[in-house]
Ligand binder design. Structure first.
Ligand code: ATP
Length: 513
């Protein structure tokens, strides 16, 4: 646990030191769970958004984009169920005065059982050596099975209690499991209460006539209310999808995990409209497609898993999370939900307008069913950043800090370094930058010895360093150094563009899907 915490602290401080993420309003001691993306962070975030957009919109001729406003008519949130049901169960510890999400306390308890299982696996792998069969071990080892059964039973009971709104039983479960406040160790809990997560604001100049609005807690509703406008103007036929990226706001009860849980964050969502009865098929298809997208970034198959929901949201008939192994354990990264016709029907009812699709093949109108894929851009950023940050032991006994970001997402693709600040080398380096900057984000760096500059670019996540030296003056060749392998090659200046393109081009990466 201490190791995990250390690793997480390193992630947070590296993000600040290298200009990725700053706390919002830091000079005023910050604002809780609100963050700013700095010069490198904004590039990484943009590249992730672009990688998602290309995979979802550009690569699918039946998916189009949308950019709906953050403010929406307040009735939207009555129809969607958010006014009545968008709340989390909270519990306070009377001694530490700290507030927690009751469901998260229980889920973290189950997470610890998972960690125990992982430990058993490691121990057994050591004991059995090469003959170790992990899958068989997980299915037969009595201790593992006991942990698994216990975890499943707890989650089932939690799911059922939340479903029935039986908050007294959620508290009873916390007490039975002897869950203590992680901060104080105290088990002196208040009752569990529901807390609505939407931020309210007002529209209008005078207090009497101002209209109460909400900041949107999800981008999805902007898609639903525009469904028919988009369908008619694009002449899309079902099945088709509408994709959107944008800010969402939630007054989260507990927001202590850096950019994992923020009060202002960005979502990348796609609502896929299908014929009623075919939703299960599409749900499976999108589960598979989205997992492939994650895999294309090469962050390790073992770092992902599906977690099917026991407790379904008020709008869903099936739901799963793609979980990622963050420095603090497996947690939700993306949700895939079969949302039925709940939202469109509710908007029909509340607006009095029809939101139906005329199916020419069937010769009838119906309200389509919806399968949604919803991923947090900031969470994806954290997944990538924390996975990429590594301390690597080198052959010469030293270590280096390297940020092995997938090259396609790296903020800067190459740094161009003149070996010395004289003899015409800086001019050549500047010329290389001028040629490359049309295609890639590149930077110039002449400060410090070249070895230190390499280390700085490693820690910054830059996939290539290009060094201009005295030989360059004779034969137009430079050294290109690869961040991950540290291999250096002598190449002609004219070849640089193609070499960088091969490793950073979106096409090369998306083709892995
Ligand atoms: P959680 O259970 O972690 O609160 P959720 O199930 O409420 O998440 P969804 O409503 O399904 O989340 O939202 C879709 C995605 O939006 C999530 O998978 C996550 O990546 C992202 N997300 C949700 N809440 C936040 C937040 N407060 N900060 C950052 N990202 C978030």
């Amino acid at each position: 646990m201490a190791k995990q915490e250390d690793q997480f602290k390193k992630v947070v401080s590296h993000a600040k030191e290298y200009g990725y993420v700053f706390q919002s309003s830091e000079i005023y001691d910050g604002l809780s769970a609100v963050y700013d993306y700095a010069q490198n962070g904004v590039e990484l975030k943009k590249n992730i958004r672009d990688y998602w957009w290309r995979a979802m919109v550009q690569m699918h001729d039946n998916i189009v984009g949308l950019d709906a406003a953050i403010f929406m008519h307040p009735t939207t949130w009555k129809a969607s169920g958010h006014v009545d049901a968008f709340s989390d169960p909270l519990i306070d510890n009377k001694d530490s005065k700290k507030r927690y999400r009751a469901d998260v306390l229980v889920e973290d308890y189950v997470g610890k059982l998972d960690t125990k299982i992982e430990k058993e696996v490691k121990k057994a792998a050591k004991r059995f050596g090469e003959s170790f069969d992990k899958a068989q071990f997980l299915e037969t080892n009595p201790r593992v099975l006991q942990y698994k059964e216990k975890g499943a039973a707890i989650l089932k009971r939690l799911g059922q209690s939340l479903e029935k709104e039986d908050l007294a039983d959620v508290k009873a479960l916390i007490e039975e499991l002897e869950i203590a406040c992680p901060l104080s160790g105290s088990r002196n809990w208040t009752d569990v209460k529901q807390f609505n997560l939407m931020f309210g604001t007002k529209l209008g100049a005078s207090a009497e006539t101002a209209m109460d609005l909400y900041l949107r807690p999800e981008t999805a509703q902007g898609i639903f209310v525009n469904f028919l406008n988009v369908q008619k103007t694009s002449r899309m036929k079902i099945p088709f999808g509408i994709a959107q990226t944008g800010k969402a706001f939630r007054n989260e009860i507990v927001a202590r995990q850096f950019i994992f849980r923020m009060r202002e964050f960005e979502q990348m969502e796609m609502q896929f409209f299908v014929k009623p009865g075919t939703q299960k098929e599409w749900y499976e298809k999108w589960k598979e497609t989205r997992l492939k997208w994650h895999m294309s970034l090469g962050m390790g198959e073992d770092n992902y898993r599906f977690h099917d929901h026991e407790k379904l949201a008020h709008y869903a008939d099936a739901a799963t999370d793609i979980e990622f192994k963050f420095p603090f354990g497996f947690k939700e990264l993306e949700g895939i939900h079969s949302r039925t016709d709940f939202d469109l029907k509710a908007h029909e009812e509340f607006s009095g307008k029809k939101l139906q699709y005329f199916d020419h093949e069937e010769n009838k109108s119906y309200v389509p069913y919806v399968v949604e894929t919803s991923i947090g851009l900031d969470r994806m950023f954290l997944a990538i950043f924390s996975n990429a940050l590594q301390e690597e032991a080198l052959e010469n006994g030293t270590t280096r800090t390297v940020l092995k970001l997938p090259a396609v997402l790296a903020p800067t693709k190459a740094a161009v370094l003149p070996l010395v600040k004289k003899d015409g080398l800086p001019e050549i380096a500047r010329q290389i930058i001028d040629d490359l900057k049309w295609d890639f984000n590149v930077i110039y760096d002449e400060k410090d010895a070249v070895g230190r500059r390499y280390r700085r670019q490693d820690a910054n996540g830059t996939p290539f360093c290009i060094t201009v030296d005295h030989e360059t003056l004779n034969d137009n060749s430079v050294t290109i150094r690869h961040r991950d392998t540290m291999e250096q090659k002598r190449v002609k200046i004219e070849a640089l563009k193609e070499i960088i393109k091969q490793e950073t081009d979106v096409k090369t990466w998306l083709m892995k899907m």
